[in-house]
Design a protein around this ligand. Sequence first.
Ligand SMILES: Cc1cc2nc3c(=O)[nH]c(=O)nc-3n(C[C@H](O)[C@H](O)[C@H](O)COP(=O)(O)OP(=O)(O)OC[C@H]3O[C@@H](n4cnc5c(N)ncnc54)[C@H](O)[C@@H]3O)c2cc1C
Length: 389
Amino acid sequence: MNERILISGASIAGLTLAHWLTRYGFRPTVVERAPRPRGGGNGVDVRDNAVEVAERMGIMPRVRALATDVHGMKFVDAADRPVARVDIRDPRSVEIMRGDLVALLGEAADAEIVSGDSIRELEQDDDGVRVTFEHAPARTFDLVVGADGMHSHVRRLAFGPEEEFVQHKDHYFAFADADAALGEDRWVTMFNTPGRMAGIYRSGNHAQAKAYFIFRSAPLDYDHRDVAEHKRLVSRVFGGETSWRTRELLDSALADPDFYFDALGQVHMDSWSKGRVVLVGDAAWCASPASGAGAELALVGAYRLAGELAAAGGDHRIAFARYDAVHRPLVEKKQQIGPNVRLMVPRTEGGRCVRDALVRLPLMKAVGAVERRVQGRNARPLPEYAPAW
Ligand SMILES: Cc1cc2nc3c(=O)[nH]c(=O)nc-3n(C[C@H](O)[C@H](O)[C@H](O)COP(=O)(O)OP(=O)(O)OC[C@H]3O[C@@H](n4cnc5c(N)ncnc54)[C@H](O)[C@@H]3O)c2cc1C
């Protein structure tokens, strides 16, 4: 049996996987580059099958207790007058701050967690994977899992350069702490100028609010781990903006050390495994924040990967193929993100007027409600996996 499993990345996918592997009798070790769990980010949705996973892990009551209780999005003009509101409440889904979910999963993951380190090199043969680290001494594992996000280091080492798998979706975004007084309680407030959006997210259970910024751009050349450079980039785009509350939001965001910036990108791969190395979460299939499905796919995918390994008695050749086959249809559905970003960040002033008019139409609300109901009906219960030993 492949018992010793190294997981790179202690976020939603990696911690969920660690929990299930331990429950099935494997011995997972998690290595996380950050010195402490990364708590940044906005609200993320725990929806449909992801609710089942969280229930089976025993964390769902706490997820519900921490729900953000955000009612919807409102678009405002430069004088902060609402021009359109969209109710986004969905009975199939619970929104929770990403940092709260990571903290809950960290408590549920009964595994060895090594913080402040990273895999340096991987070398696999028929018997295992020899891993060297940036700091810790080298070790051999039976399997290695890359749960290290869109810019996965494991993917780079085992599958090839990022450019082969990550598709740029024409936008960049940033999330960071904001002064709560700048937004309305339980609403996401958004202000557009052509090709740009500045906004503030205020949940019902957090004193702190989140600023966010999105802008259209062709691919930029920058270091995706250099936060100071990220701040300079966002300042360059929004720093000259004097309308609405953009200036104040930018000031509070720039003061946040957990400032989070990335490209709106998607990961597309023909296979998520190579020999004894496999990927899960954004590393394998990032659908982008515009999909609203990152947490859902990570929770469900990690549950399925651990379950298939258990059901195959630890045989990775059978388990990895089954995991790919059963999870890929959901990923492909969620990667079709439709016009969301174009609606949130219209390219022109005319486009913004059309968007505001569309959002106000009762027909649009009805279409949204029907779509949610249909999607909910299609979610079949997840299997209860039984270890084959
Ligand atoms: C700080 C942060 C804020 C985010 N905010 C949002 C948000 O507001 N909205 C949204 O939709 N999505 C957000 N995301 C992405 C979201 O978490 C994912 O889309 C989704 O939940 C899937 O999670 P994941 O575990 O696959 O990847 P991620 O959540 O991206 O986690 C990857 C983990 O791997 C770690 N890691 C990276 N490289 C290495 C390495 N070499 N060695 C070891 N560990 C490594 C990272 O530090 C991180 O903890 C955020 C991600 C992060 C890291």
